[in-house]
Design a protein around this ligand. Structure first.
Ligand code: ADP
Length: 577
């Protein structure tokens, strides 16, 4: 099933560029001849009287060099221009750009990334890239938020593509060591007068180096919260020193958010001229809320920067730390780890299911959920909410949606906890009130409980995510993996991944997708009602159609299959700098 999904996603990826470029046949094989079809009207070459095709293979490294530029001719379909290429037997990747004249002039090089199409059946093989993440979180051993999830699941996805991936994190005393295999101390080195022990182990199949400065700065019982800026600054510097002293020479050093931002400037100021010359620095912003100064400085020094969705990259484009560096800033959406979130292999739900038996699978999960939380075992639309309870997540909209769902005779399950004690106690009071007033129809679980979250993703009909802002959001993606229909506010990554069944048909089709949920604009109760009412009405009045929607969302691929390819493109373009 995994291989099939991967293949389908690759096909969709190739087709999604069709309005600009595609090949005939769509799948390029080594040793065959293909036509490249290009539509300049959607690019910077719009209106150019001539277009020249410039092509090579294997990321421009093929021994036969770039082919001579070829003037493109009109294709039969009327909209595209065409060039014909013979693909060598040892090509594993076809690379090309377009220009307005034989000599060059204006180029369409896809904003510096170039066009690349993978070639199958090659006798050559892409040399693996060496990528090192330097980060302060990693799921599940030191996870605080989405950053930890991304470090692990992105690493796994890139490693699956055949590359060498390593992670360097601090050795906190609060690490969850039960998820580290074969942990042992490998070596130690001295930096800045401090001895630093280097531990090594495997986490979810990824090689991880744990740095433990013997001055005790990571023996403070928490990931965040004690002198963080100086602790993490020290960690970043010692991670680079470790790479230098151990003779490692990664192609890409990938750092994340304000906490490992110092890697970007320390590397460029001190290491690039001093023993680590080959690396390029990629910096990813998971949330711009925190550490704007460090983020701005890393943006200035890194080779490429990313954030976790295309729309969020546009939303923050005017920010002081981003705007001057926008030319090297890209949005690549996060994926979910489809092994960890897999209703066909999930021990927290009563029966395993796929899209084929989604109705049966979800109704047994709903009964189990109702049973566990003391809700009536009736057939009612069930809205689930799984969230940190902070202003970002749209608390006032969450509260409104609970009441509105109850008014419409639905059931509500909320799983969430608030880092701010005032918000937590506000929700404790709300829970008491609701549990009294609507006994058996609503349950607020105000804790962090991962196993319960699995049962909610499976047992709910809808998952509500009304965030005020959302860099990417994983909840809506996990919901779809379990056949639950997302109801979201149109912002950031929620906008990029949820397409309203009534309003976003065209936008979905442009991505090669079918609509998959309900969404709203605005940040008031009318907005929520617009999406929630249509969702609940569909459940009551068009159940067959609703069930087919559950099947459809399960069949969409929100894993790392596609974003991992985008990251590889970005890593390659960073190396061209
Ligand atoms: P953020 O990182 O801003 O909190 P994301 O949507 O990126 O938001 O990630 C949230 C993740 O945390 C999801 O995987 C969600 O299932 C999980 N989660 C949030 N709150 C809880 C909770 N109380 N119990 C279990 N899992 C939770």
């Amino acid at each position: 099933m995994k291989a099939q999904t991967k293949e389908k996603t690759m096909r969709e990826f190739l087709l999604s560029q069709k309005h600009i470029v595609y090949t005939e046949p769509l799948e390029v094989r080594a040793g065959t001849t293909v036509d490249v079809l290009y539509n300049p009207s959607n690019t910077v070459l719009n209106g150019s009287p001539e277009v020249w095709f410039r092509c090579s293979f294997n990321r421009w490294t093929h021994p036969s060099g770039p082919l001579p530029p070829q003037k493109m001719v009109n294709a039969e379909n009327g909209s595209h221009l065409q060039a014909t290429v013979r693909v060598p037997l040892d090509a594993y990747m076809m690379d090309f750009v377009f220009s307005e004249s034989e000599e060059g002039g204006t180029y369409d090089n896809r904003n510096g990334m170039d066009y690349h199409i993978p070639v199958s059946d090659s006798i050559g093989k892409e040399p693996p890239m060496h990528i090192v993440h330097i980060a302060v979180e990693m799921a599940p051993i030191a996870k605080v938020g989405g950053l930890g999830d991304v470090v692990t699941s992105l690493s796994r996805a890139i490693q699956d593509l055949g590359h060498k991936v390593e992670v360097i994190i601090p050795k906190y005393d609060c690490l969850n060591l039960s998820n580290v295999k074969d942990l042992h101390c490998r070596q130690s080195f001295t930096w800045s007068g401090t001895e630093i022990k280097v531990w090594f182990g495997k986490v979810e199949g990824i090689s991880v180096y744990f740095l433990e400065p013997q001055n005790g700065m990571f023996w403070v019982g928490c990931v965040y919260g004690k002198n963080d800026e100086s602790r993490f600054g020290f960690f970043c510097h010692s991670a680079l020193e470790f790479l230098l002293q151990s003779g490692s020479s990664p192609d890409i050093i990938h750092c994340h958010d304000w906490s490992s931002a110092p890697v970007a400037w320390l590397y460029k100021q001190q290491y690039v001229h001093n023993g680590l010359p080959n690396g390029r620095v990629v910096f990813t912003i998971h949330n711009l809320e925190f550490g704007a100064n460090q983020i701005g400085k890393a943006m200035a020094h890194c080779d490429k920067a990313t954030t976790v969705s295309d729309t969020y990259s546009k939303e923050v484009s005017g920010h002081g730390s981003i705007a001057p560096h926008y030319f090297k800033f890209h949005g690549i959406r996060n994926g979910i780890d489809s092994d960890i979130w897999d209703p066909y292999n999930d021990n927290f739900i009563p029966i395993y299911y796929t899209s084929e038996n989604v109705v049966e699978g979800k109704s047994s999960a709903k009964r189990a959920l109702q049973d566990r939380l003391g809700l009536h075992q009736t057939d009612a639309p069930l809205v689930g909410i799984i969230s940190r309870l902070t202003a970002q997540k749209g608390i006032h909209l969450i509260k409104h949606a609970i009441y509105r769902t109850l008014e419409r005779n639905g059931q509500v399950v909320l799983l969430g906890s608030a880092p701010d004690p005032r918000i937590q106690s506000d929700f404790i009071n709300l829970a008491k009130k609701l549990h009294g007033e609507f006994d058996g129809r609503v349950k607020l679980c105000l804790t962090y409980d991962e196993p319960l979250s699995h049962l909610i993703y499976a047992g709910a009909d809808f998952i509500l995510v009304p965030s005020i802002f959302e860099p990417c959001g994983l909840t809506q993606l996990t919901a779809m993996r379990y056949g639950s229909i997302p109801i979201v506010r149109k912002t950031g990554g929620l906008y990029d991944t949820v397409f309203d069944v009534d309003d976003d048909k065209d936008r979905a089709h442009e991505q090669g997708l079918e609509p998959n949920g309900f969404s709203f604009e605005g940040a008031d109760s009318n907005g929520v009602d617009y999406a929630l009412d249509r969702a609940i009405t569909t459940w009551y009045d068009a159940r067959d159609w609703f069930n087919s929607l559950c099947k459809r969302v399960m069949e969409q691929d929100w894993s790392w299959n596609r974003p991992a390819l985008d990251y590889m493109e970005l890593y390659h373009s960073a190396r061209k700098n």
